[in-house]
Unconditional design. Structure first.
Length: 181
């Protein structure tokens, strides 16, 4: 377990497992509620993501493959990082990489640097694995706030893409990367 100092509280980062999937789904549901309350449903919609069998199975697969890492305070999961294969719509990397497929934090702890700490942890995982590149993709619609967040964390925007949505507008996305070492 890696311990990261968080001002007045400790935040531990530990590997997640399939038993942690409900806690991750609860984080995602909290993020959807937070976004919806601000009229920002373009990213993940307005319905609880825990109701999606496909997404729940995806998170369970990340956990089963050893790619789920959790930020915890005591017994409470306050953030989740998923490492895995880039989606099919993302161009292949020109070098060994670590790809972030999930980053979500508890909105009750917004602004406390949990996402930043999980990204720092991802950088350490990448370096330890011999990867020189860390990549992530995110929602790039509306005001591009999420793109700016990753840029503030040292990432550079690269490939833009859209994902068709059944019966709706395509989902706009952005790949970002960070060279390591």
């Amino acid at each position: 377990m890696v311990k990261v100092r968080d001002g007045t509280e400790w935040t531990d980062i530990r590997r997640g497992d399939p038993d942690d999937v409900p806690a991750v789904m609860a984080l995602l549901d909290g993020a959807v509620r937070w976004l919806s309350a601000r009229g920002r449903t373009g990213q993940w919609g307005a319905e609880p993501l825990s109701e999606s069998r496909r997404l729940t199975a995806l998170i369970a697969g990340i956990a089963a493959d050893g790619g789920l890492h959790l930020a915890v305070r005591g017994d409470r999961v306050v953030g989740a990082l998923g490492i895995g294969q880039p989606p099919a719509y993302v161009h292949p990397a020109p070098e060994p990489e670590l790809y972030i497929v999930l980053l979500v934090t508890d909105r009750d702890h917004a602004g406390q640097g949990i996402g930043r700490r999980l990204l720092a942890y991802a950088r350490r995982l990448a370096v330890a694995s011999g990867a020189g590149l860390l990549r992530v993709d995110c929602y790039a619609g509306a005001d591009r706030d999420l793109v700016r967040y990753y840029e503030s964390q040292g990432f550079t925007a690269t490939q833009q893409f859209t994902v068709p949505q059944p019966g709706g507008d395509p989902w706009p996305g952005q790949v970002l990367e960070q060279q390591l070492g």
